[in-house]
Write a protein that binds this ligand. Structure first.
Ligand SMILES: C[S@@+](CC[C@H](N)C(=O)[O-])C[C@H]1O[C@@H](n2cnc3c(N)ncnc32)[C@H](O)[C@@H]1O
Length: 363
């Protein structure tokens, strides 16, 4: 993050200096109850978690905009409307904004950022006003902070947007919808169904557009729900596609072979405990209660969705048993990871769920 946005990194560092003498602060790191956190708890997590969310989001959207098909579509838009759910202090939002800054010029970008914790959202607003808005030069970005504890079936979110925002903007869809690391929160875990999130993005995402879902899913992590989360998410997606065949415009491009297997029930049982299709993120962080820096590796389960012609183009080979997919893009010299639909078939081609054609050259 220091390289991507040195100014913002400096702000977090200053906060770290301010709080570094408080040795109790580190104990909030493992909390999954952030909706009710007070200011001190929010700052404590912010110092440690914000850079992680920032880098994760930046990498995910760079992977997507690096594909010509996706880049061309967004490059033709004058305005990009984004819906971001449960955004906390905005690590994921600012990571996405940074990716847009890297790839596009002259866009009007509106970010509708929904969060249930008022203090966290206030932080986000302040960070945006003081340290993001002023440092952006390529695009005109506006942040619309919305305090709302989202209902389990997204009912209050739908009502709010349909009654207020869609009427004001005379629009009914978004160009990007994202959700990052909130389905494992105590307040919503096992209450919000992935199915309902898919239904929401199917309804609100425009044609030829992208959406994402990122959740931590460390198979060796301390939280059981995180270990099982990919199974719930994939099963719900297969069920959603089956139930909504006539109205579904969503296709999921990652995690590539797992999605294909779920859509093709006969291969279900090959997908147990494998982590090769999880995204790995490595970030250097420093906990306020520790003296040294720590290199942290996290496993995230990332679903990337596409609609329209994009979906048709990007998923055409998903059910081909002779294709072996690059499941995780290699970053900084990591070994590439491959997985195939049926381990008993011989492989003739290598495919890439992340990149269809030539890598786009950045501005
Ligand atoms: C772990 S933080 C993740 C924040 C941000 N998405 C990121 O990736 O950095 C989870 C956030 O979800 C929010 N949250 C949890 N349940 C919510 C709900 N029902 N409605 C809105 N926000 C919620 C919490 O307040 C918290 O800010």
């Amino acid at each position: 993050m220091r390289n991507l946005n040195p100014m913002l990194h400096q702000v977090l560092w200053d906060w770290y200096q301010m709080y570094s003498k408080d040795h109790t602060i580190g104990k909030f790191q493992e909390s999954r109850d952030t909706l009710t956190h007070n200011r001190t708890q929010i700052i404590s997590r912010l110092i440690h978690e914000f850079p992680k969310s920032y880098v994760e989001s930046y990498n995910i959207y760079s992977d997507l905009f690096n594909q010509n098909e996706i880049f061309e579509i967004y490059d033709h838009l004058e305005e990009i409307n984004i819906l971001s759910l449960a955004t906390g202090s905005g690590g994921d939002v600012f990571g996405l904004i940074q990716a847009l800054e890297t790839y596009f010029i002259g866009k009007k970008i509106n970010v509708f950022s929904v969060e249930g914790n008022q203090d966290a959202l206030k932080n986000q607003e302040n960070l945006f006003k003081k340290h993001i808005e002023l440092s952006l030069i390529h695009n005109k970005v506006k942040l619309f902070p919305i305090v709302l504890t989202i209902d389990y079936d997204f009912f209050n979110l739908k009502t709010l947007f349909e009654d207020v925002y869609f009427k004001q903007k005379d629009a009914k869809s978004f160009d990007i919808i994202q959700s990052s690391k909130w389905m494992t929160e105590d307040s919503v875990r096992e209450k919000i169904r992935f199915y309902d999130y898919y239904r929401l993005i199917n309804q609100w995402l425009g044609t030829d557009r992208i959406a994402t879902l990122l959740e931590y899913a460390d198979p060796k992590g301390p939280f059981k729900f995180e270990q099982q989360l990919p199974f719930y998410a994939l099963d719900d997606f297969a069920f959603f596609c089956k139930q909504n065949r006539r109205f579904n415009q969503l296709a999921a491009i990652t995690p590539t072979p797992c999605i294909a297997r779920r859509m093709n029930n006969s291969h279900l049982n090959q997908c147990r405990g494998c982590i090769s299709c999880y995204d790995e993120f490595e970030v250097i962080t420093k906990l306020p209660c520790k003296k040294t820096y720590k290199r942290e590796k996290t496993y995230a389960f990332v679903m990337k969705f596409v609609t329209g012609k994009l979906a048709a183009a990007m998923t055409q080979k998903l059910q081909d048993v002779t294709v072996e997919y690059l499941t995780v893009p290699s970053r900084e010299g990591d070994a590439e990871k491959y997985c195939c639909l049926d381990s008993k078939e011989s492989i003739s081609t290598q495919g890439n769920g992340f990149r269809l054609s030539q890598k786009k050259t950045k501005k």
